[in-house]
Design a protein around this ligand. Sequence first.
Ligand SMILES: *Cc1c(COP(=O)(O)O)cnc(C)c1O
Length: 425
Amino acid sequence: MRYQRSSALFAEAKKYIPGGVNSPVRAFKAVGGEPIFVKEAKGAYLYDADGHQYIDYISSWGPLLFGHAHEPVLKAVIEKAKKGTSFGIPTEIETELAKLAVSMVPNIDKIRFVNSGTEACMSAVRLARGYTGKDKIIKFSGCYHGHSDSFLIQAGSGAVTFGSPNSPGVTQGTAKDTLLANYNDLEGVKALVQANAGEIAAIILEPVAGNMGCIIPEDTFIKGLRELCTQEDILLLFDEVMTGFRLAKGGAQEALGIDADIVMFGKVIGGGLPVGAFAARSEIMAHLAPEGPVYQAGTLSGNPLAMSAGLAMLTEIDQHPEVFESLAKKTAFLHEGIAEVLTEKGVEHQINRFGSMVSVHFCDDQVVDFASSAKGNNESFKKYFHGMLDQGIYLPPSAFESYFLNDALSYSDLAKTLEAVRAVF
Ligand SMILES: *Cc1c(COP(=O)(O)O)cnc(C)c1O
């Protein structure tokens, strides 16, 4: 049996860890079957517990822009670890990473480090509420901002209405302050703002969405949101946990040419270690403790181990900005190759791509929001996912996730991937 050892490890894990995993998507619920267990990884390749090699298209869900175990990051972490991994006392490297991040990203003066994207988004919303003195936020169906209560919201009944919790444990009280709109639907957002005049603190979105497949914001939509926020004294929050330092040095703000008011980071900024961050102009960040009254803290925030990985990663990006062009070309090659095979085989599909994010949807209609993404044929997706896995290609195990390419991928890896797609169909 191909996955014998992984299967045994999964059975053992399930005895001690709920569902056998520490983050649900890893359990393969959306695609069926059992997860593979990874033993190690290098460059573009993963190696599982049964000794198979995989070409990896998730790159730890985004952080590993240059591939696994990238030497400069490894070296920085190993050297730093020898000098102590956490003090809870200020260190110079926090300022070094902050200074570099601020120099790379447009429109931010100060940055606060946390330990995950979830924490960054949760804290950014608190800051937005504290700064504006307003309670409600607008988020978009299908955008993911981590698992804090305010974001685990689904559409309620009625056209213009409050959200309702989409997980037990989230209270109605929390849900009522999160309003839900559809991605790429500016008119819907305007209606919500009008119906809640003077009460909206922030509009939060993934500036290029990656958690309902890859979805590109229409120009009029993203520009319209910026104008609306400025007019109505609403803060525009860009969740760049996925897009930050991936789409460009300056993330989606730079790639789209739109300024946000607060920007959240995660994934790439930690180089594969747990780091999140949120950043804004000084005037907004001044409201954060200890400078201002909005509380936010963290025992392990800014710890030297995580900072050293982040600093090595951002330094690499800063010194090799051509990585974005290289990644975009590889992603376009993959996109065009998959489209060619699927067209030739008569499989209905839509492929969305922006920079090094790409997603394949098994449907006919354009995918522009959560509803159109949800129309994809999940049976085709499952067949595709498992067919690819069995041939040593690791794709995201859910149709709602974007692929994240890393620059360790070679054109021969990409060609192999296209052969595998041909074999599946
Ligand atoms: C991954 C992700 C998060 C959550 O980050 P964690 O580090 O998993 O908590 C938030 N927002 C977006 C857009 C993400 O992709």
